[in-house]
Design a binder for this molecule. Structure first.
Ligand code: IMP
Length: 218
């Protein structure tokens, strides 16, 4: 079956095609469809629904959409849905002119912000991995039509390293070189893509949606 993926990202398309191998994954670009909905949601679920509905309105076929990001517990969830736009303590939701800073700067700023919060004092009673706790989240929607849809939201827990100079790893992307996995003693950029897919927010959300797809009737 043909399933549209609400993304412009070729890497995501390849990943999804591998996971949903019995289906044909198509992104808007493949069919010359202009697709750049405004992500106005304040959580991952809202943004994944915005993307799914926007694409469904164009194609009227089953759509998969996702939204993901990293949240730092001691910073009350910053940067969260704004992870790709985060530009430091003054610009949690991105710069007003829309310009972006490099991923290295994003990583440096996020560690600095966390270190400053810890210096001031953090109550980490309910944090899973102590005061440096952080987690990735991914909300994934399979929208058959706007009133029939399935949602999976999964998390991937870890901590932020103490100094950006200790960033490590050749795999992954984004915040992975500063995202430490206590159970592996490695960053998320040091584990292989297969290892990451088995435990990551996106990998687990995909697994749930795959199970649903295998079991629904159209
Ligand atoms: P989106 O889901 O494509 O909108 O991605 C949001 C942003 O969250 C990315 O640009 C990254 O900054 C961050 N992010 C989401 N998932 C990951 C991950 O698995 N590793 C590293 N960064 C991630």
């Amino acid at each position: 079956m043909k399933i549209y993926l609400a993304s412009g990202n070729l890497n995501k398309k390849r990943e999804m095609q591998e996971i949903f191998s019995e289906h044909t994954i198509v992104i808007p670009k493949d069919e010359g469809i202009e697709f750049d909905p405004e992500e106005t949601g304040t959580d991952f679920y809202q943004n994944s629904m915005i993307k799914a509905k926007a694409l469904w309105d164009i194609v009227h076929c089953p759509v998969i959409a996702d939204d993901s990001g990293i949240s730092v517990n001691a910073l009350n969830g910053v940067p969260g849905v704004w992870s790709s736009r985060y530009a430091g303590p003054d610009f949690h939701k991105g710069k007003p002119d829309g310009s972006k800073i490099s991923q290295e700067e994003q990583n440096k700023f996020l560690i600095q912000e966390l270190n400053q919060a810890i210096e001031k004092g953090v109550d980490s009673t309910y944090f899973p991995n102590g005061e440096r706790s952080a987690y990735y989240s991914c909300s994934m929607v399979l929208m058959i039509n706007p009133t029939k849809f399935y949602i999976a939201q999964e998390n991937f827990e870890g901590t932020l390293i103490e100094d950006v100079k200790d960033s490590r790893g050749q795999f992954g992307f984004g915040y992975d070189p500063i995202f430490f996995l206590p159970q592996f003693g490695k960053t998320a950029a040091e584990i292989t893509p297969d290892e990451k897919n088995a435990i990551s927010h996106r990998g687990k959300a995909c697994a749930v949606i795959k199970k649903i797809l295998e079991n629904i009737k159209f």
